[in-house]
Design a protein around this ligand. Structure first.
Ligand code: HEC
Length: 149
């Protein structure tokens, strides 16, 4: 009787460790939430930290595009998407590299053609999502909020 219990606990812990998981429902077991909170203390991968930065800088860029401000410079640090280490479950395979390059090209073209910034920005967000659909579905709803209507 011990084995299935341990298996269940192991599976729950494994699920909670994946940042790419869909957000869990508010009604989920209280126990799971408690564990989830303690897992957030763990160090995140270099790629996760970079992705959070990409999200924030694009939020700021969106504001500048909407208010017609100067776009400032392309953040060179985004190139680290091709080098940053990921969680073990995420290999840097051909799909990832190809989509990372498509994304970087899309992001750069916003700064190169500021008069078309809005369309090109939304194209870059499409490129984020194209990779996420295969690699990491959890944050998609959050990324979609970046679109400029
Ligand atoms: C080439 C694929 C790819 C592209 C392009 C990409 N991502 Fe990601 N993203 C990932 C992967 C893989 C992870 C999970 C990283 C890990 O587990 O180490 C991730 C994680 C994230 C996370 C979750 C971070 C956390 O807190 O757990 C967010 C938010 C995110 N990406 C936003 C974005 C945004 C915004 C863009 C575009 C500006 C983008 N991503 C472009 C593959 C991609």
């Amino acid at each position: 009787m011990n084995f299935p219990f341990q298996t269940t606990v192991f599976l729950i812990c494994t699920l909670l460790l994946f940042s790419c998981q869909e957000k869990q429902d508010e009604n989920d077991l209280k126990e799971e939430h408690k564990e989830k909170r303690s897992f957030q203390m763990y160090e995140v991968s270099e790629m996760t930290a970079l992705m959070r930065q990409m999200f924030q800088l694009n939020e700021a860029l969106k504001e500048r595009i909407v208010s017609g401000e100067n776009l400032r410079d392309y953040p060179e640090g985004f190139e680290r998407i091709l080098e940053a280490s990921m969680t073990k479950e995420q290999p840097m395979d051909d799909f990832f590299i190809e989509h990372a390059e498509l994304y970087l090209t899309a992001q750069k073209s916003i700064y190169a053609n500021p008069e078309e910034a809005k369309t090109l920005f939304n194209d870059a967000i499409n490129a984020c999502i194209a990779c996420h659909k295969v690699k990491c579905t959890g944050p998609i709803t959050k990324i979609e909020k970046l679109y400029i209507p």
